[in-house]
Design a protein around this ligand. Structure first.
Ligand code: C5P
Length: 227
C-alpha cells in the first residue's frame, strides 16, 4: 500500500517561521515520528512525502537518519493541502489501486491504525479514521450567532489516515478543481461527488499538531508511550 504524507504546510498557527513538521518533539523532528509509525506498519510499502522544495533537503536528511527500509519519494507541495494531495496523486505509479493519505502533522497515529485502515480499504472505495466528538458542536452565522445544534451522537471528528480507490479519488479531485470546491480533507471531495466514505474507529491520541498546546500534549503522550 502506498502512503502519501501531506507535509507542505507552514508553521503559522504554531507561531513558527518554519514548517512545524521540522520542529523538535522529544529529540526528533515532528515528522520523524510520523515516518516511524509508517515504517512500523507492515501494510505500508512505499512512502511519498509531499513537501515544499525548500524543505526537501531537511526531510531527506530525516528519512536517511531513520534508516527506513521502505522507499521514500519527495513530491512538490501546493499552496493548499488539497493541491498538495492532488500533486501526490499524480505522482503515483499508473495502476496504483488504493492509497492511504496521512497528514504529516498527525505524528501520534499508531502503526495499528494504518493497518486497520488498509484492511478495510480492501473492501471499500473510501474511508477515514474518525472518533466520536466529545463536545457539543454549534453551527453559527457570519456574526457568531448560533444557527443550530446538530445531534452530537451523529457527529464524528475526521482524522487521517484516509484511504481511497486511486482512480475514483483522482476523478473527485479533478471535479473539485473544475468546480472550485475548497475542502480541508479528501473525504469531502468524495462526498461531494456522491461517493460513500466509511468510518474506521480512529484514536483519541491521534491529534493534529497545530498549535503550541498541541505540541505540549503530543510530547506528554509520547513520554507516556515510551515509558
Ligand atoms: O495546516 P494543517 O495542519 O491543517 O495541514 C494538515 C496537513 O496538510 C499538514 O501535515 C500539512 O503539512 C499539510 N499541508 C500540505 N500542503 C499545504 C498545507 C498543508 O501538505 N499547502
Amino acid at each position: 500500500m502506498h502512503l502519501l504524507i501531506p507535509a507542505a504546510g507552514s508553521g503559522r498557527r504554531m507561531g513558527s517561521s518554519r514548517n512545524k513538521l521540522l520542529l523538535d518533539l522529544l529529540g526528533k523532528p515532528l515528522i520523524a515520528w510520523t515516518l516511524l509509525a509508517a515504517e512500523a506498519s507492515p501494510t505500508i510499502e512505499q512512502i511519498g512525502i509531499i513537501g515544499q522544495a525548500e524543505d526537501w533537503k531537511a526531510f531527506d536528511a530525516i528519512a536517511t537518519s531513520l534508516n527506513l527500509s521502505k522507499p521514500v519519494e519527495f513530491i512538490q507541495g501546493g499552496a493548499t493541502r488539497q493541491e498538495s494531495v492532488y500533486n501526490g496523486l499524480q505522482s503515483l505509479p499508473r495502476y496504483t489501486e488504493h492509497v492511504l493519505i496521512h497528514d504529516g502533522a498527525r505524528c501520534l497515529a499508531t502503526p495499528d491504525l494504518f493497518d486497520r485502515c488498509a484492511d478495510v480499504l480492501i473492501s471499500c472505495d473510501g474511508l477515514i479514521a474518525a472518533i466520536p466528538v466529545k463536545d457539543t458542536i454549534k453551527v453559527v452565522d457570519a456574526v457568531g450567532v448560533i444557527q443550530h445544534t446538530p445531534e452530537r451522537s451523529r457527529l464524528w471528528a475526521a482524522q487521517t489516515p484516509q484511504g481511497f480507490s486511486v482512480p475514483l479519488l483522482k476523478k473527485c479531485h479533478d471535479q473539485g478543481k473544475q468546480n472550485g470546491w475548497e475542502v480541508t480533507d479528501d473525504a469531502a471531495l468524495f462526498e461531494q461527488c456522491g461517493l460513500a466514505v466509511h468510518i474506521v474507529e480512529g484514536e483519541e491520541t491521534n491529534l493534529k499538531v497545530t498549535t503550541p498546546v498541541d505540541l505540549a500534549i503530543a510530547e506528554f503522550i509520547l513520554r507516556q508511550r515510551l515509558g
